[in-house]
Design a protein around this ligand. Sequence first.
Ligand code: 5GP
Ligand code: ZN
Length: 113
Amino acid sequence: MSNCIFCKIINGELPSAKVFENDDVVAFLDISQITKGHTLVIPKVHNENIFDLQPEIAAKLFEVVPTIANALKAAYNPKGINLLNNNGSFAGQEVFHYHMHIIPRYDENDGFG
Ligand code: 5GP
Ligand code: ZN
């Protein structure tokens, strides 16, 4: 999609700090990290949100989430990790290209929750 910032990240028009990539999925650090290591995982196919997410795309995305979570755990040594996915503007979605937030957690004052 031509005016989608995440599609621009996928095709290299916009820079990103990538932490993972395969044929179907890209993960990169959030530009405004809620906590250290806050990462977004996105499918390379433009699906807006959970309401139009194709099940096979969802499967390909979730398949790599444990790998990325373990890489973030090894890199940042958090005490835990939250997965978060906002769907629709009322629910806080700002970028309408499906994305899963992976948010490493450190302590009760780490900025999340
Ligand atoms: P949402 O509110 O849609 O669930 O989350 C969108 C996320 O995308 C936000 O956490 C925001 O900081 C992040 N974001 C927005 N624009 C960019 C960008 O150009 N690059 C990166 N790396 N993250 C972005
Ligand atoms: Zn897109």
